[in-house]
Design a binder for this molecule. Structure first.
Ligand code: ADP
Ligand code: MG
Length: 694
């Protein structure tokens, strides 16, 4: 339960003055639905209104706060012309300019003969100073009410800066004084102050230096966030380690059968990874291992062989995939191999309902299923295993830490966990997403893979591409045609794909299929099955095929509007071809003119197929913040910390978390209790459940 002291911070943003239902939606889009989300939304700039020149002294372009006497109002002769108000002081005259102004309003805020403070940017027009739409206009006696230093915030269309400023100005004074969770000597050494004053000063910058991520107030908040992240991961890991593991050691009889049924030999990298996994499973501690291997490196078979060890030893294994398509594909791919060895394989997804589902659940609980493949459905409450020894989580960056462990906890005592990812995550990011999980790498591709011939063409040559398709089809090629990502909405993406599908179908008839995120799962499966069987030759798709889909006979990948995709995504998509022995190609169709970043991305795609190099270039091109923030990355996002530039803070937080948990694993000391509040503050609530008295 969230501590009471944090309640005001977790109130909805509409509890702040000036945030009604309309603005609430915008604030939610910008920062989030809760007060605390807005508090983490730090200023990106600063307006300094401290300059108080006389009219004769004011400089062109300056932001000035001036005390003036209001003179004549000159309403415009036509609507398009501005409304002018003459003002003066003892040194000279100036005009204040308004467009689309209402005279009654202006007469109220700038009454003729009144003494007024105006603040805004001054610009010279034909040698004379003017101020267009002052930011502030108030009575000379009210000067104290105007902030001389004004923070600027990143905004979203329709959300006025003043509303954000006002909401924050009213939220800040009410901030609770939270118990200190940081180590006092460390705070002192860094020159940092407590949380509350840090957050307040972060929102009240006194100079542009205060906007720097390394400015004390911001650095402290970033460190808080990193510590919460590392502590949460540390707790999860500690808990995993503390639960007794069990020794799982197969005799190899099933593995031998499956290996005999495989049409290939394992690569050296696959053997090495498997040996590492075997050693973990045999040992008495719990395995918590990440299997990292580029697209097409053959992770699935490693997982299968690991699961077979568990089955040989009389246990069960489960494999969870992030999408329905992928779960079904895994099931279909593993089925013949499992059959060859007499291993009982079953499938469970959210879609399985009724009798079939009941049967699968009952068989799993009774131990009549050896390997259960599925989606998120696997960690629902009614799923229980007789003896789950190994949980494999595929393409795990799509799942949260908590989801992974939910599956592991199905095993009760010491289920080993193997998570697999194709995203080659740079080292620093691994630390934030996995803490210190052990890592096995598949750094070698199966032999005989031909490089994918990657080309880029402007979209206005689409006709040529279409004319070339019959030739490819005549060669027996199967083609993926990926449609532009219009926005982060399945609906709009689907529309674009539907249109392209219609177009291609009018040219090539029934051999053109369509798959997108808005289709029913059963429809998607049917289309994928037809593509696999070769009945569909051209598959028009959105990014639903991005992860894991394996149809080795497909050899051509066309990506429309390649400039709209991220590098990691392009790499994943291209990874759908070049999986069989046929020569594959990838065509990147782009809209001209190509922006600098998009051009760099396409260049890298043409230069290399090395996922690790691509990930590094991606990080360089986009910066960690953006890489982390994107839908496809699934990695944790940080609100304040920038882990690319604050690696040292991340490292310190890592060590700090480790030390804390060594001394006070249940967070029961004075500092420990404060740290629990920190975890709640950064919404790492799930980690708290791993404490005995959570
Ligand atoms: P990923 O690592 O992307 O999940 P998959 O496990 O889907 O890759 O494997 C990609 C393809 O490579 C599959 O068709 C699989 O059968 C094949 N494959 C896996 N290991 C080998 C190997 N050692 N030799 C040849 N082909 C292999
Ligand atoms: Mg895979």
């Amino acid at each position: 339960m969230r501590p009471e002291i944090l309640f005001p911070l977790f109130a909805p943003v509409h509890s702040l003055p000036g945030i009604g239902p309309r603005l609430e939606r915008l604030v939610e889009k910008l920062a989030g639905p809760k007060v605390v989300d807005l508090l983490w939304h730090l200023p990106s700039g600063l307006v300094d209104r401290r300059s108080r020149p006389k009219i004769a002294e004011v400089r062109d372009g300056e932001i000035a706060t001036m005390e003036v006497t209001v003179g004549l109002h000159v309403p415009p002769r036509t609507k398009r012309l501005p409304y002018r108000v003459h003002v003066s002081d003892e040194t000279g005259e100036m005009q204040i300019i308004f467009f689309n102004a209402r005279a009654d309003y202006l007469n109220k805020v700038l009454p003729e003969g009144g003494r007024r403070i105006v603040s805004g940017r001054v610009e010279f027009y034909q040698g004379a100073p003017q101020m267009t739409h002052p930011d502030h206009m108030l009575d000379a006696s009210e000067i104290d009410q105007m902030p001389l230093l004004e923070p600027l915030y990143p905004l979203t269309a329709g959300l006025p800066l003043k509303a954000v400023q006002k909401a924050l100005r009213s939220a800040l004074p009410g901030l609770p004084e939270l118990p200190e969770w940081q180590d006092a000597p460390w705070l002192k050494a860094r020159g940092w102050v407590r949380w509350r004053p840090s957050l307040i000063s972060a929102h009240e910058p006194q100079s542009t230096a205060d906007l720097d991520p390394d400015a004390p107030a911001r650095a402290r908040l970033a460190y808080d966030e990193l510590l919460a992240n590392q502590l949460a991961l540390g707790l999860v890991r500690l808990r995993m380690r503390r639960l007794p593991g069990r020794t799982v050691s197969g005799d190899g009889h099933l593995r031998r059968k499956v290996e005999g049924a495989l049409p290939f030999a394992l690569t050296g990298a696959q053997k090495r990874a498997l040996a590492e996994i075997d050693a973990d499973m045999k040992s008495t501690h719990r395995m918590l291992r990440l299997l990292q291997g580029d697209v097409g490196s053959g992770k699935t078979v490693v997982a299968l062989l690991a699961m077979l060890s568990a089955v040989e030893a009389g246990f069960q294994a489960a494999m969870m995939a992030p999408t329905e398509i992928l779960a079904r594909q895994h099931h279909a791919g593993l089925k013949p191999l499992c059959d060859a060895a007499g291993v009982r394989l079953a499938l469970l997804t959210g879609r399985d309902k009724g009798k079939q589902r009941e049967e699968t659940l009952a068989a799993t609980a009774a131990g009549e299923v050896d390997i259960l493949v599925g989606t998120h459905a696997l960690f629902q409450e009614e799923v229980s295993f007789r003896a789950l020894a190994l949980a494999v989580v595929d393409e795990q960056h799509r799942f949260g830490v908590h989801q992974r462990l939910m599956l592991a906890s199905k095993g009760g005592t010491g289920t080993d966990v193997l998570v697999m990812t194709a995203t080659p995550i740079p080292r620093t990011l691994t630390l934030t997403a996995y803490g210190d999980m052990e890592v096995s790498k598949l750094d070698e591709k199966p032999p005989g893979r031909l490089p994918v011939d990657t080309r880029a063409l402007p979209l206005d040559r689409l006709e040529e591409v279409l004319t070339g398709l019959p030739r490819a089809l005549a060669r027996g090629a199967q083609i993926y045609w990926v449609c532009p990502l219009v926005e982060e909405s399945d609906e709009v993406d689907a529309a674009a794909a539907e249109e392209r599908h219609k177009h291609l179908q009018s040219m090539f008839g029934e051999i053109v299929g369509l798959v997108h995120g808005r289709m029913k799962a059963s429809e998607k499966d049917a289309v994928m099955a037809q593509f696999e069987a070769g009945d569909i030759k051209i598959l028009v798709a959105t990014t639903v095929i991005e992860v894991g889909v394996n149809v080795p006979s497909a050899t051509v990948m066309v990506i429309e509007h390649a400039e709209r995709f991220g590098l990691a995504q392009l790499h994943q998509l291209r990874g759908r071809v070049g999986r069989g022995s046929g020569k594959s190609s990838c065509l990147l169709l782009y809209q001209t003119p190509l922006g600098e970043t998009a051009e760099a991305r396409i260049k890298i795609m043409r230069e290399t197929e090395d996922g690790f190099r691509i990930a590094e270039e991606d990080l360089r091109l986009r910066g960690a913040g953006e890489l982390l923030g994107t839908r496809q990355s699934g990695l944790p996002t940080f609100r304040i910390a920038d882990i690319e530039t604050q690696k040292d803070l991340l490292a310190a937080a890592h060590d700090d978390a480790r030390m804390i948990l060594e001394r006070d694993p249940e967070l029961e000391s004075e500092r420990g209790k404060a740290l629990r509040i920190l975890l709640y503050l950064f919404e790492r609530d799930e980690a708290i459940r791993y404490l005995r008295s959570g």
